[in-house]
Design a protein around this ligand. Structure first.
Ligand code: GLU
Length: 499
């Protein structure tokens, strides 16, 4: 009988959520949501020195931000809790005792120094390190006496000799390891903390996980886990090991490639829907040549069998392109809120007000479509706030702008009597400048652009000019330092060029 689909994401709370782990969480989520399964979040916090609650909180926050909701977990609860390994220590202990009682595990008294010496010897002989089995033959009675006398003991799993262990990996096909290369692993440390391989098996079994999707860095752990399932009498899950996320140099994505954590991408201004969409394509494709689709549709189409086993290279350029797409799709008030800090930083807005926010929102059409990040919007519209007479004059005085002064004199005259310009009143005024000067096309519009924006190039004047004049009309309560109007700009330059 097939069991109802249950998957899990099992982060260790030892730092921020890496995008590689976020992609593992996402593939679990896609499968669960697409197939009506259950998505479990389990916190693997048995490494007491490295695990922190702060990091657990930040991982949960990042998952929520990405929209990857879970059905069972430390906060959500559920019928198979607790969902934090540190709260399950008694369970691990009882299963370890059970293995001991059936001679499938034994007490190990080796000191850290002895084990280190074994590792060094293996290293010197160019052999993979493997536990020597020194304590394998100690009888239960002898071991109990030593423990009663105060000796510290770990518990090791007795790996059967010379056997092939094969598991069917959904992504990679059949994977086989011979037990001869596997030393007896510690399953419970002398302080009572379980080893990863042991806790993960007990938890996945008791939480009735049917499909384990995780990074391929765990593939060499899997035969140990398969043997433990067997020894404990549990039905093993299906496994799917995802290829690791690499940098462009095909080394695992790390700090030296730039941002690696979900938090860093969020701080940069990557939208969650862009990151999710991008991560979905790291090793999988929805088909039909499509790349941009909502997560729910991706989930509907997602199949583990179609996940590629080749390395997934993280392409920040493509992520940026995707972000640009989602910025265009997003609600304007959301993007302007994200853009606001860079306006404050550049002094374009002195303090946050509703009017300032609305004004920035009204500027978005000038920038959207040409920015990868909301923080770039302030740069695109800097000419509105940061118009400089000297820069405009320098550009207009260039040889190529021989007609510039004539155009600007006429423009200043035309704009002077007008109120704040709209697209229509600006076009009409430009038409009259054209009639007066006999100039058209670039000879007409380039000097106008330079005079009003102080720049050689930029967004369409039809949009830029009304935007400047809307800014010039803002009351001081808007918290936006004064913006000179187009008429003021034209007149100041005309005076300067004449003088
Ligand atoms: N805590 C492990 C990790 O973060 C989980 C591995 C697994 O999914 O089995 O790598």
């Amino acid at each position: 009988m097939t069991r109802p689909l249950r998957v899990r994401f099992a982060p260790s709370p030892t730092g921020h959520l890496h995008v590689g782990n976020a992609r593992t969480a996402l593939f679990n989520w896609l499968l669960a949501r697409g197939q009506g399964g259950t998505f479990i979040l389990r916190i693997e916090d048995t490494d007491a020195e490295r695990s922190t609650l702060v990091s657990e909180k930040s991982i949960l926050e990042d998952l929520r931000w990405l929209g990857l909701d879970w059905d069972e977990g430390p906060d959500a609860g559920g019928p198979h809790g607790p969902y934090r390994q540190s709260e399950r220590l008694q369970l691990y202990l009882s299963y370890a005792r059970d293995l001991i009682s059936r001679d499938k595990a034994y007490f190990c008294f080796c000191s850290p120094e002895q084990l280190e010496a074994e590792r060094q010897a293996a290293f010197a002989a160019s052999q993979p390190p493997k536990y020597s089995g020194r304590c394998r033959a100690i009888s239960f009675d002898d071991a109990s006496k030593r423990i009663a006398a105060g000796e510290a003991a770990a518990i090791r799993f007795r790996v059967p000799d010379a056997r092939d262990v094969t598991f069917a990996d959904i992504v990679r096909g059949d994977v086989t390891f011979n037990t001869n290369v596997i030393g007896d692993p510690v399953i419970l440390r002398s302080d009572g903390r379980p080893a990863y391989n042991f806790a993960v098996v007990i938890d996945d079994a008791l939480m009735e996980v049917t499909t384990v999707i995780r990074g391929e860095d765990h593939i060499s752990n899997t035969p140990r886990q398969v043997l433990l399932y067997e020894a404990l009498g549990f039905e093993p899950p299906q496994f799917a090991h995802l290829s690791l996320v690499m940098g462009p140099d095909h080394a695992p994505l790390s700090k030296r490639h730039g941002a690696t954590s979900v938090a860093e991408f969020r701080e940069q201004g990557i939208l969650p829907e862009a990151l999710v969409n991008y991560l979905t394509l790291l090793g999988w494709s929805p088909g039909e040549g499509q790349e941009i689709l909502p997560a729910a549709e991706m989930a509907r189409r997602f199949e583990l069998a179609n996940v590629s086993h080749s390395a997934a290279v993280f392409d920040t350029g493509k992520l940026a392109w995707m972000n640009r797409h989602y910025i265009k799709e997003a609600d304007a008030d959301r993007i302007s809120a994200m853009a606001l800090p860079s306006f404050l930083k550049r002094g374009f807005v002195a303090h946050e007000t509703d009017l300032a926010r609305q004004y920035i929102e009204s500027l978005l059409p000038l920038a959207i479509g040409s920015v990868d990040l909301p923080s770039e919007i302030a740069d695109r519209v800097a000419f509105v706030f940061d118009w400089r007479l000297d820069r405009a004059v320098a550009l207009l005085s260039a040889e190529a702008e021989a007609d510039g002064p004539r155009v600007i004199a006429a423009l200043a005259e035309e704009l002077w009597p007008l109120g704040p310009l709209t697209k229509e009143t600006f076009r009409a005024a430009a038409g009259r400048v054209k009639d007066k000067t006999g100039l058209k096309g670039r000879a007409l519009f380039h000097p106008i652009r330079v005079a009003l924006t102080g720049l050689d190039s930029g967004p369409e004047l039809d949009l830029s000019v009304p935007a400047i004049d809307r800014g010039a009309m803002l009351p001081s309560s808007a918290g936006v330092p004064p913006i000179p109007s187009c008429a003021d700009r034209a007149r100041t330059i005309a005076d300067k060029l004449r003088g």
